[in-house]
Design a protein around this ligand. Structure first.
Ligand SMILES: [Zn+2]
Length: 282
């Protein structure tokens, strides 16, 4: 089965979550990593992960959601949450240079400090890098993120550039540091991503949906959900001249490799689908 390595399904109305998980399982998505974007939101991600066997949590502060510099209290709080075995990555962290984004100094410190929390708990990092206007040739956020990843030797922790946006020349530098490249539905509509999708080594590709509530889409059925992973995998298979089955096998193996010492709990859930022992709630 597939692993949706990055989503925010805990942000949906609690009544919606059982249906989202059920539809994911129906589409062959056996595990979903739901990522927090603030301290409170990370708590919420964990509480949903504690309720559904197929859901695991990421904890972290998204750079676009920083309302102030991170405090020692925030870091201690994240560190406490990271002790839960249901937390499998430090996410969502990163650098965001959109026009409205918070102070760059806060973002850089928060990224470094959260990489340190990840190191204390031996967690892989799942990070966001965004340039102003999503410019594929801009390099301010990309250069900042890359130098922090290098300075902190974050490649030792493993992780992924989630919702990858950019050129192959940038992706290849992240791969050299030891990271994976994660593709989302954007791959099905942005030709600029295709070169990276073709050239990324098979053992470094991940898939995700980044699913979160999308009330701006009129029809509820059009909201992105973890079940939409299949569309991303289909596109990857077509671009790489392989089958969706091969993409599934590779990306699930890669995700488990990325999760390192936290992978066994996720692997056990996937295994339970094979043995038919799946149940609804924990
Ligand atoms: Zn996200």
């Amino acid at each position: 089965m597939f692993i949706d390595t990055h989503a925010h399904i805990h942000q949906h109305d609690p009544n919606e979550i059982p249906g989202i998980v059920e539809r994911a399982v129906g589409a062959g998505v056996g595990a979903i990593i739901t990522a927090g974007v603030t301290v409170e939101d990370s708590e919420k991600a964990l509480s949903v992960a504690e309720k559904y066997p197929q859901v695991f949590a990421g904890v972290g502060l998204h750079p676009a959601d920083l309302a102030a510099p991170l405090t020692p209290d925030d870091l201690a709080h994240l560190s406490r949450l990271a002790l839960s075995p249901r937390v499998v990555v430090m996410s969502e962290i990163g650098i965001d240079h959109q026009r409205q984004s918070p102070d760059k100094g806060w973002q850089e410190a928060a990224f470094q400090e959260q990489i340190e929390v990840a190191r204390q708990h031996n967690l892989a990092i799942v990070f966001h890098i965004r340039e102003q206007g999503d410019d594929y040739d801009a390099h301010s956020a990309r250069d900042t993120a890359l130098s922090i990843l290098k300075e902190t030797s974050a490649g030792e922790l493993g992780g992924t550039a989630h919702y990858f946006q950019g050129r192959w020349s940038y992706a290849s530098q992240l791969i050299d540091l030891g990271f994976h490249i994660s593709f989302a539905k954007t791959l099905t509509r942005i030709p600029d991503l295709e070169e990276t999708a073709i050239k990324t080594p098979l053992d470094r590709i991940l898939v995700e949906t980044d699913a979160y509530p999308q009330p701006f889409k009129k029809e509820r059925s059009k909201w992105t959900e973890p079940r939409d992973i299949t569309g991303v995998a289909e596109k990857l298979a077509a671009l790489r001249g392989t089958t969706i089955h091969e993409i599934q096998k590779a990306t699930t193996t890669n995700a488990l490799t990325m999760l390192g010492n936290r992978s066994s709990i996720v692997g056990a859930v996937l295994e339970s689908f094979r043995s038919g022992a799946q149940s609804g709630e924990i």
